[in-house]
Design a protein around this ligand. Structure first.
Ligand code: AMP
Length: 250
């Protein structure tokens, strides 16, 4: 049983934010970094499935520069067996990341591929599905429970309004994992130390192509614009709302 988990070290905003001179990104001085929350749930789920199977391995894969390895080490400390990092610099769009991940999936032939539903810094919610598309594998998104069968898995998907879809999917498949599917384990200090010794294989990406989309500007929208706080009792507030509606519709 081999599960490959796509994991990303994400940028986390502090209390203050400044942008780079070209206004297309956050100034790195104003960022912290951490393992993407969704990916820690995906790693935990992979570990549980391999433990239940009694044998196998969990391989974590990241596309990016050396800083990605901090997130990978977190997963290795949780119990993942090894890591593969595909070297890539700069901002990639989800299709480019998926192209790099697809090469690894093809070389590893896992029984299952996990990705998070989304990464908290780029919020594309696209990479897992793009990967499935490139590999021509079935994919199931926003999964909150997995039961493995022979050549298939039965999974719960979270839908709007608290509804649950129970889906049977052929494996290998790409599954995007939702937070709350489990409770990710804490890595002990000893495990964190041991993870430093675990193998992270570095690979060069093939041709990832040009990004099909580009960030042109990033900004913080002005606070309070378009909102007027109304003070007073109910009648007074209702009167003011009536006036506002009349002004806007006049
Ligand atoms: P996104 O499509 O960027 O919202 O990310 C969704 C999921 O794709 C993440 O939770 C990861 O599992 C995976 N992913 C995104 N970017 C990377 C990356 N650079 N390296 C590895 N996995 C990634």
């Amino acid at each position: 049983m081999k599960v490959l988990v796509c994991v990303k070290q994400v940028a986390v905003l502090g209390d203050e934010v400044e942008f780079t001179d070209d206004e297309r990104d956050v100034d790195p001085d104003y960022l912290d970094f951490a393992l993407n929350e969704w990916d820690s749930y995906a790693t935990e789920e992979a570990l549980r499935l391999v433990e239940a199977a009694g044998s196998g391995e969990v391989v974590v894969v990241s596309v990016g520069d050396e800083d990605m390895e901090d997130g990978m080490r977190r997963c290795l400390a949780m119990g993942a067996d090894r890591g593969i990092r595909v070297e890539a610099e700069g901002r990639l769009d989800p299709i480019q990341v998926a192209r790099a991940l697809a090469e690894v999936v093809q070389s590893e032939s896992p029984d299952l591929v996990f990705a998070g539903v989304q990464s908290s810094d780029s919020v594309q919610a696209a990479t897992g599905n793009a990967l499935a598309g490139l590999l021509d594998l079935p994919s199931v998104a926003v999964v909150t429970k997995i039961d493995l069968g022979d050549g298939k898995a039965t999974v719960n998907r979270e839908l709007e309004g608290g509804l649950v879809d129970v889906v049977e999917v052929d494996t290998p498949a790409v599954i995007t994992i939702q937070t709350g599917i489990n409770e990710p384990r804490y890595a002990t200090l000893r495990a964190i130390k041991q993870a430093e010794e675990k193998e992270i294989d570095m690979r060069q990406a093939g041709d990832l192509g040009e990004p099909g989309s580009r960030v042109r500007k990033m900004f913080v929208p002005p606070k309070g614009e378009g909102a007027e706080m109304l003070d007073g009792g109910a009648a007074e507030v209702a009167q003011r709302i009536k006036e506002i509606v009349q002004e806007k519709t006049a």
